[in-house]
Design a protein around this ligand. Structure first.
Ligand code: ADP
Length: 731
């Protein structure tokens, strides 16, 4: 315990000298003047230890003078040496005293050094948030340096104190490690969370220790350090989480992060694209693996200019073309020298492909709109001419010819509109199938009947081959007929006149197959996958220009809704085409008479003219329909609103009412509801004629009391068939 303040050592030495001299003066009478030097020696040791060499030598000199003055005869003189013995005593005292002073000053310095190094150790332990521990396995006591209480909330005086903050499984694991180190006589290392008993906080602690063994191999002593690594642990976790987020972002964005040296050689890479491994990339020049060595030159240019660069690149690898966007940034070190370049490369191939597809789609849509305008305008000219013909005509034959033209052209327009509506329903996913088990042979026959006039007109020959037994399919007959009708229509349209078309129906495993083969213009190989896309019209020479490019798209969707598939085969332009429709076979055969038209007993309208009331706010539409009805020998009345219909109902007493649903004021549905509740007439047939044909619309009209629901535009023959059926079977 050397006094650290230098100036303070001298007064302390002087004080000790005065105290020692006083004590000696008190003791000498009792000692009879013997050994007057003796009491000065302990004081000299104290002065040496506390005040260092200088003050202790001064103390020695003063003690020598005091001894000579007070206790050597003649007393009262500072140099009373008369005898050799006195001189020898003084020399001996001085010599021994100098020795004691030096040794104690040296010991004091050592103690000071030791205290300083202990201070430094404590400082280092506190800065490193650690404690050292020393455990005697014989006594069970532990000693620690550093603040165990500050760091871990308790003082460690035994191994159990150390383990008290651990969870039971962690304490068990610690003991296991310790035991293993005991057996192998070596180091052990263990990290776990400790819970502070005072605050309840968790302190992540890293233990490193060493077990020393005695000659018999028993553990006698263990020592080591315990470090509070909570901050490192938290930083590690935060950096792991940040890295995970970073990796996730890179992966989901298809971004490769990379780093290269100033020569453009990869030094690090993450999320490598195009199937390259990281190892293949590291050390390679940027761009060299995809045959684009100039990319490394771009990197070197960035290094030279120190500027960030953004590039769009297109590279080919493994038979694929990739669209890449790269950003690279040169990084300068503290000298301002660029030694590395950071980069990020994004694979935007899918995005570019999607953009390209959107562009193509938009082009197809534009082409479609142009075609649609053209297709809708086409029938208008003949209709207008026919109207003019009707106005001028005087003969029955000219009138019949004009009505034929109008009927044919308006049917064509209706078909176009039907296709458009179907397309819109299919793209909105609102098509409802009215499924039942049917014989596919019947559907094929009906489809052929429907296209017969066209085939006749174009002088095409059709041959049909059907299996002898029924082909049961669970499907919507109208929709399947539409699909086959479309294929037959195309076969006719895209075959030069006179052509030859074959329709073949067969079963294969659990599938029904309908094949429509023509010897027409055929389809180029590369176009075949596209014919089922919306708005696809192949621009081939000799092809009939009609059609919107919707039919096959609608057909494919309808077949898929039935759980089937549709394919095209063609050996190329000029080699004809074959369309194959596959449908799952139904497990049970079709119901008896399925697909057969119900036998409608035709009533002769002329014999007893039936009264029909047409209710429609479209005045032209209502009047024309009434005219046609009259032409077919019905008695027809017209009302242009729901109110009017209800008002004239009693007077007109119609057998059939053809009601538009979307009437202003009282709707068609409301008219039906009121009529059904006010009149008990069972022979009254109510037919809804509307633009809405979903199941929910049909349910609504049925609930209001309608007997039938027809969707506009209605063919007159269909309307008459429904009317006749209702007239022959009253409610
Ligand atoms: P479109 O109304 O134009 O006929 P589709 O969707 O039915 O529309 O057919 C799409 C395109 O497929 C047609 O424009 C035509 O180029 C081609 N295609 C369809 N069927 C045949 C066929 N039997 N022979 C040759 N080309 C065909």
């Amino acid at each position: 315990m050397v006094i650290e303040r230098l100036w303070f050592r001298w007064p302390v030495a002087a004080l000790i000298f005065v105290a020692a001299t006083w004590l000696n003066l008190q003791l000498q009478p009792a000692l009879n003047g013997r050994a007057p030097l003796l009491p000065f020696f302990p004081s000299l040791v104290v002065v040496g230890l506390a005040c260092g060499l200088g003050p202790s030598l001064a103390f020695l000199a003063a003690a020598c003078l005091a001894t000579l003055y007070f206790w050597v005869d003649p007393v009262g003189q500072f140099l009373p040496i008369n005898s050799l013995a006195d001189a020898a005593m003084v020399v001996l005292f001085l010599f021994a005293g100098a020795l004691v002073a030096s040794v104690s000053a040296w010991a004091g310095r050592l103690m000071q050094k030791e205290r300083n190094s202990r201070r430094r150790l404590n400082l280092a332990l506190a800065a490193g948030r650690m404690v050292t521990w020393d455990w005697d396995s014989v006594t069970g006591f532990a000693t620690t340096a550093g603040g165990a209480k500050q760091l871990f909330g308790r003082s460690w005086s035994s191994m159990d104190d150390m383990l008290a903050g651990m969870s039971a499984p962690d304490a068990e694991r610690f003991r296991d490690r310790y035991r293993y180190a005991t057996e192998s006589g070596g180091r052990f290392s263990f990290a776990c969370p400790l819970t502070r008993p005072d605050t309840g906080e968790t302190v992540w602690t890293q233990f490193d220790g060493y077990v020393s063994l005695d000659a018999k191999g028993r553990a006698v002593h263990a020592y080591g350090v315990a470090v509070d690594v909570t901050q490192q642990q938290e930083a590690l976790r935060a950096s792991q989480a940040a890295e995970e987020r970073f990796h996730l972002a890179l992966q989901s964005g298809k971004v490769m992060a990379w780093e290269c040296d100033a020569q453009g050689r990869y030094t690090w890479a993450f999320n490598t694209p195009m199937g390259f491994s990281r190892d293949a990339l590291i050390g390679a020049e940027v761009g060299s693996l995809v045959g684009e060595p100039e990319y490394a030159a771009i990197v070197r240019e960035a290094v030279a200019t120190g500027r960030t660069m953004n590039l769009a690149q297109q590279v080919s690898h493994g038979g694929r073309t990739y669209q890449l966007l790269t950003s690279l940034r040169p990084v300068a070190d503290h000298n301002g020298e660029v030694r590395r370049v950071l980069g990020a490369t994004v694979d935007v191939s899918e995005l570019s492909a999607a953009q390209e597809e959107l562009r193509r789609e938009s082009q197809r849509k534009d082409a479609f709109l142009a075609t649609l305008a053209h297709e809708l305008r086409n029938p208008m000219a003949p209709i207008r001419y026919a109207v003019a013909m009707l106005r001028q005509s005087t003969t029955e034959a000219a009138r019949a010819h004009a009505t034929d033209i109008i009927a044919r052209q308006s049917a064509h327009m209706a078909r176009l509109l039907d296709d458009l509506l179907d397309m819109s329903r299919i793209t909105r996913n609102v098509v409802e199938l009215q499924r039942q088990v049917i014989d596919l042979r019947t559907v094929v026959k009906q489809a052929l009947e429907a296209v017969e006039p066209l085939y006749k007109e174009m002088k095409h020959r059709v041959s049909l081959s059907l299996p002898p037994e029924p082909v049961p399919v669970d499907g919507d007959p109208t929709r399947l007929q539409q699909v086959l009708g479309n294929l037959l229509d195309n076969a006719a349209k895209y075959s030069p006149e006179p052509g030859e078309v074959t329709v073949h129906v067969a079963t294969e495993d659990d599938q029904a197959l309908v094949t429509v083969t023509d010897k027409g213009i055929g389809i180029a190989m590369e176009m075949q996958p596209q014919v089922f896309e919306l708005f696809t019209r192949i621009d081939s020479r000799g092809a009939a220009p009609s059609g919107l490019g919707i039919g096959l798209a609608v057909s494919r969707q309808l077949v898929q809704l039935h759980g089937g598939a549709i394919e095209v085969e063609s050996e190329g332009v000029g080699h004809g085409s074959r369309f194959i429709v596959r449908l799952p076979l139904a497990p049970h055969g079709p119901a008896a008479h399925d697909g057969e038209e119900p036998d409608v007993e035709a009533t002769d309208p002329a014999a007893a003219p039936v009264c029909v009331m047409v209710v429609d706010d479209n005045v032209d539409g209502a009047n024309t329909l009434a005219e046609v009805l009259r032409g077919a020998h019905y008695r027809a009345a017209v009302a242009y609103s729901g109110e009017e219909a209800l008002k004239c109902f009693e007077r007109v007493q119609p057998r059939v009412m053809l009601l538009d649903i979307g009437l202003p004021g009282i709707s068609g549905t409301e008219v039906a509801r009121r009529l059904r509740s006010s009149t008990r007439r069972e022979d009254l047939a109510l037919i809804a004629i509307t633009g809405w044909g979903q199941r929910s619309d049909r349910d609504a009209t049925a609930a209001a009391g309608f007997d039938a629901h027809l969707v506009k535009p209605v063919e007159f023959s269909e309307l008459e068939r429904v009317m006749q059926q209702l007239l022959s079977e009253p409610r």
